[in-house]
Structure formats: structure tokens, C-alpha cells
Design a protein around this ligand. Structure first.
Ligand SMILES: Cc1cc2nc3c(=O)[nH]c(=O)nc-3n(C[C@H](O)[C@H](O)[C@H](O)COP(=O)(O)OP(=O)(O)OC[C@H]3O[C@@H](n4cnc5c(N)ncnc54)[C@H](O)[C@@H]3O)c2cc1C
Ligand code: SF4
Length: 335
């Protein structure tokens, strides 16, 4: 596919990039690794007049702050997160989620910020429209939704497939967002609008500068699982991320965060499952009950050929195992 003409800007700093985005408002897009944006441009799903490349802005190395939190530059390549001793020691779930993305080439090019801000996906959207479907769908300004024909035009059920996002939500991470008015902090969950038509809730002249991961609670453990057909090199059918912390007695669950990705327009928490876990003495039956509750409340969207029923079963089974893994780690029974 031949790429259309566009201008390329290469600012030296993130602040200059924001100023350019503000000046070109609407017609410009940020370019980080390009592994999501460029294929979408080739399919003409987006047609920016100007790309504002972040290639000249060198990412800072991940840094442990004096209060124990970890600051990770959003321009970091995913492969660098896998290899970072600070990330592996302080936030191993972040390293594992980065390792789950695509293949080596995508991880060597793709960045943390680009992973979070990737477009949501739908079989009927991620292709050139004149190739198979004559008429564009709602997300392309058309008059129909192919997989969900009764949806109104303000509803798009394309799915946000980031592997890293659910891990950051489960970790309780914050994002440092840089805009014209300077930096602001938002919980990772608030990056996502929940509307498949425009899944990322940033202003056109804002970018993610860094991710701040809190210090792990005492006696805490994590679990991460990405369900795929082939076991790698592909987007997830469902992604599960869990943080559990135990109370002083080492048995009662002090807190639980459960996030599921790749099954809705945004990564979602599972509050009913979290309520079943927090305050309870955790055993296999309680973990199974929480996983079943999560599968139900998350209400996965059918996507990429996977039915809702299948995705619910997948979450029920794999979330139970992921919770058991997190519990083992919290008890110190597993690294
Ligand atoms: C073959 C293939 C397989 C893939 N598999 C997976 C997978 O398994 N899991 C997965 O999660 N993803 C997958 N991806 C999607 C994507 O490539 C990666 O998520 C990657 O991390 C995107 O990062 P990037 O830097 O290349 O983003 P880019 O393509 O440069 O940008 C993506 C979007 O984010 C915006 N953006 C970039 N950086 C910032 C920032 N700092 N602040 C605000 N907005 C920003 C851009 O403007 C653009 O809209 C895959 C892609 C390909 C091509
Ligand atoms: S779910 Fe969204 S992207 Fe998919 S066909 Fe419907 S409107 Fe288009």
C-alpha cells in the first residue's frame, strides 16, 4: 500500500512537541515507534498532514524515586523495559506485560506511551476499506457498524488491545501528562475514554511523558496472563492483571486490584471480584468465586472471532490461575 504525502517534524524536546501539536491542532499526530500509527496510516484509517516525531527526544532510564516509586519514561522502548533491572526489580508485572507485546521487532520499536495510546481494534476497521467493505463504519464516519448492526452511531465496540495497560491499572500506576499548561497527573485508568470512537482521553496537544508506579505494598504479589491462540506474536483475546496484598497475619487479603484488558473499549477493573477478595481469607474456592464474578461483570465484547461466552470462560479459568499465582507470590512461595 502506498503511503500518502505528509510533513515530518522532529522537535528536540517533549515541550516543543506539545507546542507543535498545539499549533497544528487536529492535523498533526505524534509519532513514537510508529508500529501502530504507520500501519493505520497505510490503511488510511488516519490521514494526518503532519507527523510530530519523538525520535530526537531521548528517554530517561527508569528511576526509583526516594519514596520507593518507579518513574518510567513513556518514550522507553518496550524491549528496554523487559531488560531494565529497575523495572524487573520494582515492577516485574510491567516488564512481563511489555514482554507479552507482539514480537521482537515490535518491542524494539514500540514505546510505552505508544502502547497505551494505540488505536482500538476491530476486524472490520483494521484494513483498507476499499479492500473488503465498500462502505465505511461509524468509526470512519460512515453509516453502519458491521459486527453490531443495531448500535447507534455514537457507539463503537472496537476493543483496546494494549497488554501493558491492564498491568498499569492493576499496579495503581499514574501517568504524567504534558500539555500546553504544563504537566498533570492522572490515574492510568483515566487515560481511557471507554468510547471506541475515540478511546484515548487526551487533548490533541497532550502527550504522556512518564508512568509512575507506586512502591509495592508489603506481602504483595502480582499475576499476569495474556490469552492467545498461538501463545505469542499476536494480540490478546483477553489479558488479566492482578495485584494482591496480604494483611499482617499473612492469610487475609488486605487489598486486591483486578484489571482485564483486550475485551472492552478500555481496560476494565472488576470491582465485584475485588470486593470478594479484599478482607477474605483466600483459598481456592474464594479465588474461583472471584474469577467467576469478574468474568460476569466485565461482560466481554465478542471480538476477532471469539464469542462472549468463550471469552467469559477464558477469563473465569485463567483469572483463577492468575489470582493463585499472585497469592503464591504474596506468600513468598514463588518469585
Ligand atoms: C505486528 C504487530 C503486533 C502487535 N502486537 C501487539 C500486542 O501483542 N500487544 C499490544 O499491546 N500491542 C501490539 N501491537 C500494537 C503496537 O505496535 C504496540 O502496542 C506499540 O507499543 C505501539 O507503540 P509505538 O511507539 O510504536 O506507537 P506509535 O505507533 O508511534 O503510536 C501509537 C499511537 O499513540 C500515540 N502516541 C505515541 N506516543 C505517545 C505519547 N507518549 N503520548 C501520547 N500519545 C502517544 C500516537 O500518536 C499514535 O496515535 C502490535 C503491532 C504490530 C504492528
Ligand atoms: S465496532 Fe466500531 S470499528 Fe467495528 S465496525 Fe462497529 S463502528 Fe466500526
Amino acid at each position: 500500500m502506498i503511503l500518502f504525502d505528509f510533513e515530518l517534524e522532529r522537535p528536540d524536546t517533549a515541550a516543543d512537541a506539545v507546542a507543535m501539536l498545539a499549533r497544528l491542532r487536529g492535523d498533526a499526530r505524534l509519532l513514537a515507534g510508529g508500529t501502530d500509527l504507520v500501519p493505520n496510516m497505510r490503511a488510511e484509517l488516519v490521514r494526518p498532514g503532519v507527523l510530530v516525531s519523538l525520535a530526537a527526544v531521548a528517554p530517561a532510564a527508569p528511576e526509583t524515586l526516594s519514596d520507593g516509586r518507579l518513574r518510567v519514561d513513556a518514550l522507553s522502548r518496550l524491549a528496554d523495559l523487559e531488560r531494565s533491572s529497575a523495572v524487573c526489580a520494582h515492577a516485574p508485572m510491567l516488564a512481563e506485560s511489555a514482554r507479552a507485546v507482539g514480537g521482537n521487532q515490535v518491542r524494539e520499536m514500540g514505546t510505552l506511551g505508544g502502547n497505551l495510546c494505540q488505536e482500538s481494534r476491530c476486524l472490520y476497521y483494521n484494513q483498507r476499506h476499499d479492500y473488503q467493505f465498500a462502505a465505511p463504519c461509524y468509526k470512519l464516519g460512515g453509516e453502519r457498524c458491521y459486527p453490531f448492526p443495531t448500535n447507534k452511531r455514537d457507539t463503537c465496540w472496537s476493543v483496546h488491545m494494549s497488554d501493558v495497560a491492564p498491568a498499569l491499572v492493576a499496579l495503581g500506576a499514574e501517568l504524567e501528562v504534558l500539555g500546553e499548561a504544563g504537566p498533570r497527573r492522572i490515574p492510568a485508568e483515566e487515560l481511557f475514554s471507554g468510547n471506541g470512537l475515540a478511546p484515548i482521553a487526551l487533548d490533541a496537544a497532550e502527550l504522556i511523558r512518564a508512568v509512575i508506579v507506586p512502591a509495592p505494598a508489603p506481602r504483595s504479589g502480582w499475576g499476569f496472563h495474556k490469552s492467545t491462540v498461538r501463545g505469542g506474536l499476536e494480540f490478546g483475546m483477553a489479558v488479566m492483571a492482578v495485584m494482591l496484598a496480604l494483611a499482617d497475619d499473612g492469610k487475609t487479603c488486605a487489598s486486591a486490584r483486578v484489571a482485564i484488558g483486550a475485551v472492552r473499549e478500555r481496560p476494565v477493573r472488576a470491582p465485584a471480584a475485588e470486593r470478594l477478595l479484599a478482607g477474605a481469607a483466600l483459598d481456592d474456592a474464594r479465588l474461583a468465586e472471584a474469577a467467576a464474578a469478574a468474568a460476569k461483570e466485565v461482560n466481554p465484547l465478542p471480538h476477532h472471532g471469539f464469542t462472549r461466552r468463550y471469552l467469559m470462560d477464558n477469563i473465569r479459568v485463567h483469572l483463577r490461575r492468575t489470582l493463585a499465582l499472585a497469592l503464591d507470590r504474596a506468600r513468598g512461595a514463588r518469585a
